[in-house]
Design a protein around this ligand. Structure first.
Ligand SMILES: Cc1ncc(COP(=O)(O)O)c(C=O)c1O
Length: 419
């Protein structure tokens, strides 16, 4: 591994550890990579769940030639998007469990495009829109039947799921779906997989999505004003490495779209893709201090001040973290378990990790954690403070902030409804 560069050491000395550093120049790099991987004219949506930090999100809207729009899933993500300069009209609100209060919050702030995951979800959106005298433009999220298993990545559709409307039910449901007061169904949303390393697999996935959308448009009248074909763009997570490259994807997608949706270049339908990790994963580094090094029955444990409360990696979902630390060119001198400070054996960031010789007071850097870092962590667990998040641009610190969980007096359901 490498020892952290002086830059990280300086930041650690200045702000303390654990510390996240997001490099906005690298956010721009991810943005350019995605823009280069999909044809011009296809809208790019930034999935705020990857990293809702407004400074990161702002860079994706304001910098570069193809400003991102916002894919959001909660009032908090909406607040972040608005704080980052996105207009409500640029937001697509998604999620399988949208509550009445959050829908009213979103519609009240001007959000009009919603992805709906079921007939009842659509009714909930419609009811909230009616209460506010609005009409919500809805995309039907489709869970395609028989979607072929992709070779790599995390498959999210084609099986029983809380996400999307089972495509085989659409013929029967369509008349109901298109007559919900307060809503207008304007398109479709597919998000079939995440993290597809293999370009051919990703192309195949998009082709199946487009074919399926066109078939449903022809056979059951699925409206296609806006067609969000999802994502799946891959980037390493918490281990060294580069984001996947998709050199043929743009031309392959153009071929697929020209074939199946010949009017797409003039915006019929308007096409969109979504990404979180590909845009921002590579921009983030977790700088963590070594608190202790301990040997136990022939195994070494390097105990950091960052655990799954700081880099959770969706650990609540039972996904094992394969975290490693950045080596920066140095030869590894030992293998050890990289663990956090929490009182649970689950607080493990990586087993059998290659490390340099480390002692208390040293600092290590985990790369590629710009996505699914702080906000995907067990922030409240064991009541430790959240890490500082530092934004840098051109090597200079632009901002340093820290999320804080604060216990306040609960005033009841009305408070929730107001929010
Ligand atoms: C609907 C939707 N959009 C976008 C994303 C972002 O995925 P990724 O960060 O892999 O691009 C997800 C992730 O689960 C998702 O469910």
């Amino acid at each position: 591994m490498n020892r952290p560069t002086d830059r990280y050491r300086e930041l650690a000395a200045r702000y303390g550890t654990p510390l996240y550093v997001y490099d906005l120049d690298l956010v721009d790099e991810g943005h350019r990579a995605l823009a280069g991987a999909v044809p011009e004219g296809v809208e790019l949506y930034y999935a705020f769940k990857a990293n809702p930090h407004p400074g990161v999100a702002r860079a994706l809207r304001e910098d570069g030639e193809r400003p991102c729009r916002a894919e959001i899933s909660s009032p908090g993500e909406l607040d972040s998007a608005l704080a980052a300069g996105y207009t409500a009209a640029e937001c697509l609100y998604t999620g399988p469990g949208k509550t009445a209060s959050e829908l009213e919050y979103a519609i009240g702030r001007g959000v009009r495009i919603f992805s709906v995951e079921s007939y009842t979800d659509l009714q909930h959106v419609g009811a909230a829109a009616l209460r506010l005298g609005a009409v919500a433009r809805c995309l039907l999220r489709v869970n395609s039947a028989g979607a072929k298993a992709a070779t790599t990545g995390i498959r999210m559709m084609g099986k029983p799921s809380q996400f999307g409307i089972d495509s085989e039910t659409l013929p029967e449901l369509m008349p109901l779906l298109t007559s919900v007061p307060g809503t207008e169904v304007v398109g479709a949303h597919f998000f079939t997989m995440s993290n597809a390393v293999d370009e051919a697999g990703l192309v195949g996935e998009f082709e199946r999505t487009v074919v399926s959308a066109v078939q449903l448009a022809e056979e059951v009248g699925l409206p296609l004003e806006l067609l969000d074909i999802g994502g799946g763009f891959s980037s390493p997570y918490a281990v060294p490495g580069e984001r996947a490259e998709y050199p043929k994807l743009a031309s392959e997608l153009e071929r697929i779209l020209d074939l199946h949706l010949p009017e797409w270049r003039s915006g019929t339908p308007q096409l969109a893709v979504e990404s979180g990790r590909y845009l921002v994963g590579g921009s983030g580094f977790l700088v963590s201090g070594v608190v202790n090094v301990k040997d136990s029955r022939g195994n070494r444990f390097v105990i950091l001040d960052a655990g799954i409360n700081t880099l959770g990696g969706l650990s609540g979902l039972g996904r094992l973290l394969p975290a490693a630390v950045q080596l920066d060119g140095e030869e590894p001198e030992q293998r050890a378990s990289l663990v956090g400070p929490l009182c649970t054996p689950g607080d493990s960031l990586g087993r059998d990790v290659q490390l340099p010789e480390l002692a208390p007071g040293d600092v290590v850097v985990v790369p590629n954690v710009g996505a699914y870092g702080v906000s995907a962590s067990l922030l409240g667990f064991l009541s430790r403070p959240a890490p500082v998040e530092v934004l840098v641009r051109g090597g200079e610190v632009v901002s340093a902030t820290r999320l804080e969980l604060v216990r306040t007096e609960a005033t009841g359901a009305a408070e929730v409804a107001a929010r």
